[in-house]
Design a protein around this ligand. Structure first.
Ligand code: HEM
Length: 402
């Protein structure tokens, strides 16, 4: 294994690998399950069991120095981890912030949200459905989660479009023009403007009547009898706004592309819409939206005969875990009738995605509303992947239908 491992190369900051990472993941799993890339200065775990064991061990692996290879997470504010970026927190503060937000995302909270989610979805669909063609990424899969999440957070309605524009600009990355910076200047600027706008919104809400949205919950929380400081509330909102939107664009665009490529499976969904939730699970597995996150071990790790030193950057490859044939039968086959278990797409342990139920709800509603109205759609032009290093979703997906 050690001899084979030397010939395996994995570089996620490489455009062809970014566009099709799966052959590289398979080589990692089979030949180099503990992989080291000295040039980029990271290690990688690729097998399902290893990735999920690391996820379950928050004391052994921390996100507090940043969770990505391009330092995006440290752009959320001052400090490492930035205030409010609780994916990078350890307990006890992690528990406090997560608990303050949690209720909105539990089944009861979600049940209350569904009518609003469906209404936003229908309003957008009305705008383009009769034209017979649209770039569904731009015209639907981007604004839909932004509008939903702006409601959940509690942003003033007249500010939704501006906040959404700032958010999406802040998330732009440039992989193609390296060694130019990954994070373009306009995106840094948009991030700063977004933070400033959130600061003003939070300050204004301090003097308003209490409301039951995410801002209201953070303002009302009294962990250890202390208010959460504004700076940390702003950072938390900044983080959840990014975590709760583009990922959903990813699942919707991936679903529509995969179903166009598998028209017989799409026809099955049109006839039997009860299968949509299972189809969403398969989309989440087959094209893992958050391909990886980085964590650092708090001690030396011995695994498969190798030692990963304390403090090293370890890339946890959720996308590879989801294609591991040790867990999923025939993993490279897209099959919406699969009854899989062990989905790695939302991570695990104490940081397991807080928004997974909302993401599933939005994806289901999107397919329930779109498929009956454009059952025969096809991809009508070139698609374009997002260039965020660890992200799998489309920025452009032109569709046509009759
Ligand atoms: C399909 C869409 C989504 C995917 C694939 C996704 C994926 C992930 C992943 C992989 C993590 C890291 C888990 C870990 O470190 O173990 C995470 C964390 C998180 N996600 Fe999501 N996410 C999605 C949608 C959402 C939505 C809609 C929200 C809205 C609230 C959200 C909020 C969060 C938050 C707050 C965390 C950090 C939780 C913590 O540190 O305790 N995500 N997500």
């Amino acid at each position: 294994l050690a001899h084979l491992a030397e010939s395996v190369v994995f570089d996620p900051i490489d455009v062809p690998t970014h566009e099709n990472p799966y052959p590289a993941y398979q080589r990692l799993r089979d030949q180099a399950p503990v992989y080291h890339n000295p040039d980029r200065d990271f290690w990688a775990l690729s097998r399902h069991a290893d990735v999920m064991a690391a996820e379950d061990d928050w004391q052994g692996y921390t996100g507090k120095f940043g969770v990505d290879l391009d330092d995006t997470s440290n752009q959320f504010g001052d400090g490492v981890p930035p205030k409010g970026f609780f994916l990078g927190y350890d307990p006890p503060r992690h528990t406090v912030i997560r608990k303050a937000l949690q209720g909105k995302f539990l089944p009861r909270g979600l049940k209350e949200l569904e009518p609003m989610v469906r209404e936003k979805c229908q309003q957008l669909v009305e705008q383009f459905i009769d034209t017979g063609s649209t770039d569904i990424a731009e015209g639907f899969a981007t604004p839909f989660p932004d509008l939903v999440f702006a409601e959940v957070i509690g942003f003033p309605r007249d500010e939704h479009p501006r906040l959404s524009r700032l958010l999406r600009t802040a998330l732009l990355r440039d992989l193609v023009n390296l060694p130019a910076p990954f994070i373009p200047q306009e995106s840094v600027q948009a991030g700063l403007e977004l933070r400033e706008a959130l600061k003003q919104i939070v300050a204004a809400r301090r003097s308003d009547a209490p409301r039951d949205d995410l801002i209201g919950r953070l303002l009302a929380a009294r962990p250890d009898d202390q208010e959460i400081p504004d700076e940390e509330i702003v950072g938390t909102l900044m983080f959840v706004f990014t975590a709760g939107t583009e990922e959903v664009t990813g699942v919707i665009t991936n679903a529509l592309r995969l179903l166009a490529e598998h028209p017989e499976q799409r026809a099955l969904l049109v006839d039997e819409p009860d299968r949509i939730p299972a189809a969403v699970e398969e989309v989440l597995r087959y094209e893992t939206i958050v391909q990886h996150l980085v964590k650092r071990p708090t001690r030396d790790i011995e695994l498969h005969g190798q030692t990963i030193p304390e403090g090293a950057r370890i890339v946890l490859l959720y996308a590879s875990a989801n294609r591991d044939d040790r867990v999923f039968e025939d993993p490279d086959r897209f099959d919406i009738t699969r009854r899989g278990r062990g989905l790695a797409s939302f991570g695990g342990g104490i940081h397991r995605c807080l928004g997974a139920p909302l993401a599933r709800l939005e994806a289901r509603v999107a397919l329930e509303e779109l498929l009956p109205r454009m059952p025969d759609y096809r991809v009508s032009g070139p698609i374009e992947w997002s260039q965020r290093v660890n992200f799998r979703g489309l920025r452009h997906l032109p569709l046509e239908w009759n």
